[in-house]
Design a protein around this ligand. Structure first.
Ligand SMILES: [Zn+2]
Length: 348
């Protein structure tokens, strides 16, 4: 059996946007119709793991009888909090690996067929399920088709379409949806005690947990850095080679996808304003203190061409350092062509 590097599973936690899913599960529990396999799907940054952990804790909780709940005090709840519940197993890619192997899945499914240590349910969670190898996914099919009693398998994914259709069709799908932007803003305000920037919601794709990660100054410093860099490029105070080299330096790599997301949203916002002909449509970022003034006539299709180029680069960041730097350089040249002053002014 595969050795798992021990990383404690996430602790159970519910967020306001989990409510409808919890109601649905409580209904199934009360009716004695808890599915044996759940595909928990939804975007990143919605707390799917904490929700799965809560579900497992509630199913295993020794005070859960008629109502599905987690008391936090019984022996089962304490074992879960300590990460040592013998009937609860969490499978993730092993350290330094991208994929979940067939051995790991065999380990998880074998546990579901054994007798429960605590006379209750046995639960295995596969996270993220779209990172199973094809052999691992096939290894799940028997468990999905012939489940043992009192067993629950939860597959967590943000990319359900990457799962084998045979796996998908044999699970009950539970979809976790994003709250509205207004709800996310309100939640962030409660969490951080400060008003949140609406541009942050757009930047994080309205994923509340990701937004919270960026709320404490991280987004605003990225934002002013990007605005400053664009302003300096347009004014000719720095050149693209320098900026491309800075952004693709090794220690800058975690930030590069964020820079590209920022550029994507900013240019999309510029295009929106160009199409609608009104500055009110320019909504990203919210503040524009350092931004260059844009040319009077915008070439909308050229802007969208650059947006496509940004997305292509984002999808191929795993290239060599030199390729990344060159791609960034040509991207910045393209950005300057669509937003910069006419070439004769640059030459002055
Ligand atoms: Zn309990």
């Amino acid at each position: 059996m595969a050795e798992n590097t021990f990383i404690p599973p996430p602790l159970p936690r519910l967020y306001p946007w989990h409510e409808s899913v919890i109601e649905q599960m409580k209904g199934a529990w009360a009716a004695g119709r808890l599915p044996h396999a759940i595909l928990l799907q939804g975007a990143e940054g919605l707390g799917k793991r904490e929700l799965a952990s809560w579900l497992a804790a509630a199913v295993l909780c020794e005070t859960s009888t008629e109502t599905l709940q987690r008391c936090g005090k019984c022996a089962s709840c304490l074992l879960i909090a300590a990460g040592t519940h013998p009937d609860y197993f969490w499978v993730r890619p092993e350290e330094d690996k991208q994929l979940i192997s067939v051995d790991q899945i065999r380990d998880a499914t074998t546990r579901l067929t054994k007798t429960s240590y605590r006379q209750g349910y046995k639960i295995s969670i596969v996270d993220p399920a779209h990172q199973m190898t094809v052999a691992a996914a096939n290894g799940l099919l028997k468990t999905l088709e012939e489940p043992t009693s009192n067993s629950l398998l939860i597959l967590i994914t943000s990319r359900p379409s990457s799962l084998l259709p045979t796996v998908r069709s044999r699970c009950q799908k539970i979809t976790l949806s994003s709250p509205s932007a207004a709800e996310t803003l309100q939640w962030l305000q409660t969490e951080t005690g400060a008003a949140a920037d609406p541009a942050l919601i757009e930047f994080t794709g309205n994923a509340p947990l990701r937004a919270r990660e960026f709320a404490d100054g991280r987004f605003s410093s990225l934002d002013s850095d990007m605005q400053g860099a664009l302003g300096a490029l347009v004014a000719g105070r720095v050149d693209v080679t320098h900026v491309a080299a800075e952004w693709t330096k090794k220690n800058e790599l975690p930030e590069l996808p964020n820079r590209l997301t920022w550029l994507d949203l900013w240019l999309t916002s510029v295009a929106r304003m160009g199409i609608g002909g009104t500055a009110d449509l320019f909504t990203f970022p919210a503040r524009s203190a350092h931004l260059p003034s844009l040319p009077a006539t915008l070439n909308i299709s050229a802007i969208y061409g650059v947006v496509d180029q940004i997305r292509a680069l984002k999808a191929q960041l795993a290239r060599t350092a030199l390729q990344r730097e060159l791609a960034m350089e040509s991207l910045l040249i393209a950005v300057l062509q669509v937003i910069g002053p006419p070439p004769q002014e640059l030459r002055k």
